[in-house]
Design a protein around this ligand. Structure first.
Ligand code: HEC
Length: 308
């Protein structure tokens, strides 16, 4: 009984507690803005991402057909979601809460902004503010930039971070950088977290045989681990750093239901003989049972005729 009550409490309490609480976003994250303007292109990309990642719970924006959860996901076209600042939406998508999943390791920073741009297309009163420059508290007054390149010779990806101000460009040193590669489901962390060197570079080793697309392209995304200190830069780049991978057709030789090659003769023979053997044995037993029945009724017939 004690455990039953505890279990019920554990199931019921969290949503009830969450229900009563506003989802508060840390002050310094609220003002975060996209570094690029929202366009038809970002909206279309955002719509695609919304259809794969969000529609299952939030429904079609404007239709109110979100699913019934506590707390409620809500319709993105309504005040409930639109009253959030861009930074708040970005934060909530990144971090998640309760049944709302965290998309930090599923979508890149740019992609989350694409989703925000799609959500905002349902708000007629929305006017976008773009972050003009990315600054960091470690390099006051400078704009932080990142480049990502591939070194084919030793199969490494090199991330270079620099801080540019009016007079000069200096390397961003001692900053922890993370590198991700887009996979079918979410983002895969490449190598460990690296710290930028004296020249502002961090070198990531690409695992051997990492599959790319038909041309060997892989979509990479790099960012600082400590975004508060070094700035919220993230750099999305497509590089020819992977193994060329041609998707296998369902009818190709490797699949089970292919129409090219069948199982080897010995497998077919063994299987057929096995099946015939088992069914033959069952048939044999049935015939023996039939014999027993016939003999039984013959003896019984004899006995009853004797009795008369
Ligand atoms: C598994 C269901 C589920 C999926 C998938 C999901 N959400 Fe949510 N979402 C929720 C729930 C439940 C809440 C309410 C969470 C809370 O208030 O604790 C929520 C809350 C939110 C909020 C904050 C609403 C507010 O009141 O401030 C936003 C914004 C949001 N979701 C956007 C998205 C977007 C965009 C996606 C896709 C990238 C997404 N959600 C995917 C269930 C989901």
């Amino acid at each position: 009984m004690k455990y039953f009550i505890l279990t019920v409490l554990f199931i019921i309490l969290p949503p009830v507690i969450a229900w009563g609480q506003d989802w508060v976003v840390p002050e310094e994250r609220k003002g975060r803005l996209s570094t690029f303007p929202f366009t038809d292109e970002t909206r279309q990309s955002g719509e695609k991402l919304y259809l794969t990642n969000c529609i299952s719970c939030h429904g079609n924006p404007g239709k109110g057909n979100y699913i019934n959860l506590v707390p409620s996901p809500g319709d993105p076209a309504t005040e409930k979601i639109q009253r959030n600042s861009d930074g708040e939406i970005f934060y909530k998508l990144s971090v998640g809460r309760g049944q709302m999943p965290s998309f930090r390791n599923v979508l890149t920073g740019d992609e989350i902004w694409h989703v925000v741009s799609y959500l905002r297309s349902f708000n007629k009163n929305y006017v976008q503010k773009v972050m003009q420059i990315i600054t960091s508290s470690a390099y006051p007054g400078a704009v932080i930039m990142m480049t990502v390149g591939f070194n084919e010779a030793d199969s490494t990806v090199i991330v270079r971070a620099s801080a540019v101000d009016e007079q000069k460009t200096v390397p961003v040193t001692g900053a922890e950088v993370r590198l991700f590669a887009r996979r079918y489901f979410g983002m895969m962390v490449i190598d460990e977290e690296k710290t930028t060197s004296e020249s502002g570079t961090a070198v990531f080793k690409i695992p051997a045989g990492l599959p790319g697309d038909k041309e060997g392209n892989i979509h990479f995304s790099a960012k600082f681990a400590d975004e508060d200190l070094f700035g919220i830069v993230s750099k999305d780049t497509t590089l020819m750093a992977g193994e060329i991978t041609v998707p296998v057709s369902l009818l190709a030789e490797r699949s089970m239901w292919n129409n090219v090659r069948k199982a080897p003769i010995w497998v077919i023979l063994t299987y057929t003989i096995g099946v015939i053997g088992v069914w033959g044995f069952i048939f044999l037993i049935m015939m023996k049972l039939r014999d027993i029945y016939i003999i039984g009724s013959f003896i019984q017939g004899k006995k009853s005729s004797e009795a008369i």
